[in-house]
Design a protein. Structure first.
Length: 182
């Protein structure tokens, strides 16, 4: 009989194999619930495939685990740092009241990837050009000086079709990277 994790693990295995075929270093996942042990079991279930394929699972600060504290607990419980890491979406921990320094501390050695973006406010997540919203971008940038992982702009025009095209946003993202990568 199949266990409760089997459909999730099967889908994650398929995503990992596709990523390996494409040469991608990681697969991003959103935590599907607040059950840390279930999430840890699922990450441990794919750890061998991650080692074989060279592809990691990156759990984003999102959905049911929007803070660094929540994702950090999950990754600590899984205990497979070679297979799983954290993706810090700077919007979600902040809008849930977690200060950027606390997010970074909670994610610690798990941090592998950072998504930057700005939004109108903690309650209105409509994307806006960098420094036109409420996300503490300068504080995040200062904290990330020396970070050796990936940093990217996330621009969600698919979900917010009224916002400017990404071509208009890229100069601000480029400026953010230049400001904080030195």
């Amino acid at each position: 009989m199949a266990g409760p994790d089997e459909p999730v693990v099967r889908a994650l295995r398929e995503d990992l194999l596709l990523a390996a075929d494409l040469g991608a270093p990681a697969v991003r996942v959103f935590p599907g619930g607040q059950d840390v042990e279930a999430g840890a079991r699922r990450l441990r279930a794919v750890a061998g495939l991650c080692a074989e394929s060279g592809v990691r699972v990156l759990v984003e600060t999102h959905d049911a685990m929007p803070t660094g504290a929540a994702v950090g607990r999950l990754l600590d419980a899984a205990g497979v740092p070679e297979a799983a890491g954290a993706l810090w979406d700077v919007l979600h921990p902040w809008r849930h009241g977690e200060e950027p320094a606390r997010t970074l501390e909670a994610l610690g050695e798990h941090l592998a990837y950072v998504q930057v973006k700005d939004a109108i406010s903690a309650t209105d997540t409509t994307p806006v050009p960098m420094w036109e919203g409420g996300v503490p971008l300068d504080e995040c940038g200062d904290l990330l000086r020396g970070f050796g992982g990936w940093v990217s702009l996330e621009w969600e025009r698919t979900w917010y079709p009224q916002v400017a095209p990404v071509e208009e946003i890229l100069p601000g993202a480029r400026e953010w990277v230049a400001r904080f990568s030195a």
